[in-house]
Design a protein around this ligand. Structure first.
Ligand code: NDP
Length: 312
């Protein structure tokens, strides 16, 4: 027997739990699939100081727990499963979890988010949340008057390097080639900024430091042309080498842009399929903030609710 819901939400970051709160308060009894990382990307950050309503700051996991608690209080239910397949060829939509159980839904809210790309170093992984971050807007503030290193050569890295100059004593940008991928305008601003040093043709080989003791203390880089290695002391290490939207499940059924993000109709969360809505980072390559994801999740719940009333 499959289980049917009016609203199923895939994903449990701010863009999944916010529509859950709204849909639950509208008595739609939404079901949330939390996925492999319950609470989403924010659970990998420590302190969040820019989410409105928490003047003292709040940790990522605590914020997500509060959002979940709020959704459950109004009648949402949550399952700690991932979705492995969706069938959007007929209505109600069918989805299958990682135990191959089938669920059907009148409306589907896709909140699967995007994942920051990391270099894939063991030391980087070990120090995530202890000085390694993939979000300068979230974590730059913690490195006031400290040395900061950032890796990447696209517009995100350039923009974040400039942003980090507001805090850091120095900002060193590591790029693996001898020219940036990002726009000329931004490249020039970075090259001419007095606080920024660029290390060209260089790759990060290791992030130095110990998680609970020192946090990040530096990075070891290697120049790919000379093969020389160098240790750069720093307290914060930012990775800005791109994101990938989690859209694999939908690539054959929904319209994606040329970088893989779900295309939504202007000013709404509507996708090209009736009753299927997308919100948060999975459809937003530009802002990627907890508060924008939450706001866009709110829009998705309202869109879903309106769509359901139109069908009655
Ligand atoms: P991009 O894919 O544009 O750039 C990724 C950068 O990371 C590249 O310089 C790439 O190097 C480097 N990189 C990738 N993998 C590795 C690795 N394993 N080790 C070291 N370096 C690596 O991603 P962005 O996030 O910068 O930008 C995504 C899109 O968003 C772009 O279209 C960008 O223009 C846009 N954007 C626009 C902004 C704006 O207009 N204000 C702000 C931010 C983003 P290489 O160059 O050698 O491939």
């Amino acid at each position: 027997m499959n289980e049917h819901r009016k609203v199923i939400i895939i994903g449990s970051g701010p863009s999944g739990l916010t529509p859950a709160i709204y849909a639950a308060r509208a008595e739609l009894e939404p079901l949330i699939f939390e996925g492999s990382q319950p609470g989403g990307q924010l659970t990998t950050t420590t302190e969040i100081e820019n989410f409105p309503g928490f003047p003292e700051g709040i940790t990522g996991p605590e914020l997500m727990d509060k959002m979940r608690e709020q959704a459950l209080r109004f009648g949402a239910s949550t399952l700690y499963h991932s979705i492995s397949e969706v069938d959007l060829s007929s209505h109600p939509y069918k989805i299958y979890d990682d135990e191959d159980k089938e669920y059907t839904a009148d409306t589907l809210i896709i909140s699967t988010g995007a994942s920051a790309r990391y270099l894939g170093l063991e030391s980087e992984n070990k120090l995530k949340g202890y000085g390694v971050s993939a979000c300068a807007t979230c974590d730059g503030f913690f490195y006031k008057d400290k040395d900061i290193v950032i890796v990447g050569g696209g517009d995100t890295a350039l923009e974040e390097a400039l942003y980090l100059t507001h805090f850091g004593k120095t900002v060193t940008l590591i790029h693996r080639r001898d020219e940036f991928r990002g726009s000329v305008f931004m490249s020039e601003k970075v090259k001419n900024h007095e606080k920024i040093t660029v290390k060209w043709d260089s790759v990060v080989e290791e992030v130095l430091g110990e998680p609970d003791l020192t946090g990040v203390t530096g990075v070891r880089i290697r120049n790919v042309k000379t093969n020389k290695t160098e240790d750069l002391p720093c307290a914060g290490f930012f990775v800005a080498i791109g994101h990938h939207p989690n859209t694999d499940l939908f690539k054959d059924t929904l319209e994606l842009d040329n970088t893989g993000y779900i295309v939504t109709q202007s000013k709404s969360s509507k996708t090209g399929l009736c009753g299927v809505f997308a919100c948060g980072d999975v459809q937003d390559p530009a802002y990627r903030q907890a508060v924008t994801a939450a706001g866009s999740g709110c829009k998705a719940a309202i869109d879903a609710e309106r769509w359901l009333s139109e069908q009655e």
